[in-house]
Design a protein around this ligand. Structure first.
Ligand code: DX5
Ligand code: ZN
Length: 218
């Protein structure tokens, strides 16, 4: 576990009418990454944004872009996410029948590779693929929408995954995505999370930069 909690800010909850100003806010904050939630209307019941928006974000962003693909057959687009400026790419376990090949593909494009797990998917299923994962995203809401309530059963999954990573002496990061705020971030960190997604809680805050710092100090 890294000492300091890493923060990745999800732009799903940003103002798409003035995205540049929100990206500049993130640039000037203590956030470590920008989290891009990519939804195809098939794997999840929502559609978010695609390459033109990612490219526009990449032009302004001063933090690494970390994309969370909630899409079917992500292999079709891996090169394009790299070309659009993403340096970390995570796919869903539930969307990838050939996960080892998909992660190899991501790495061959020069990106860090990650796997996201839905709330019902046990962490034990990662046993034979964990060494290929630079990051594991534990979904603490059902993917598809921002602003949902944190699912408490995630805590147990964090502790189990922490033990698996430590026992295997790996550097894999654990990210928690969904319903995270300045109130629950500290308990996630203590349970073994390395990184949390700041979504609607950040963008609803009166002072988002100060709110990100509060999360970071958790
Ligand atoms: C949900 C997304 C999350 C979401 C987080 O499908 O993967 O990254 O934007 O938003 P909050 O923090 O509002 O739950
Ligand atoms: Zn996400």
């Amino acid at each position: 576990m890294t000492k300091e909690l890493l923060i990745t800010t999800s732009v799903l909850n940003a103002n798409f009418g003035n995205l540049e100003s929100d990206i500049r806010m993130i640039n000037g904050s203590s956030a470590d990454f920008i989290h891009l939630d990519i939804m195809d209307g098939m794997f999840v019941p929502n559609i978010s944004f695609g390459f033109p928006v990612i490219e526009a974000i990449a032009k302004v962003a001063e933090k690494p872009l970390e994309a969370h693909l909630m899409i079917e057959q992500p292999d079709r687009y891996i090169e394009r996410f790299a070309a659009a400026g993403c340096s970390w790419l995570s796919v869903h376990y539930e969307a990838c029948p050939h996960l080892h090949r998909t992660l190899q593909h991501i790495k061959s494009c020069g990106m860090k590779s990650g796997v996201a797990l839905n709330p019902h998917t046990p962490v034990q299923l990662l046993e034979n693929i964990l060494d290929m994962c630079d990051i594991v995203i534990l979904m603490s809401v059902n993917p598809g929408f921002g602003g949902q309530k944190f699912i408490p059963a995630t805590m147990d999954k964090i502790r189990k995954l922490r033990t698996m990573i430590d026992n295997a002496k790996l550097q894999t990061l654990i990210q928690i995505d969904g319903g995270v705020n300045a109130e629950n971030a500290a308990s996630l960190h203590e349970s073994g999370a390395d990184m949390v997604v700041g979504g609607s809680a950040v963008f609803k805050a009166a002072d988002p930069v100060e709110y990100i710092l509060r999360m970071k100090r958790s």
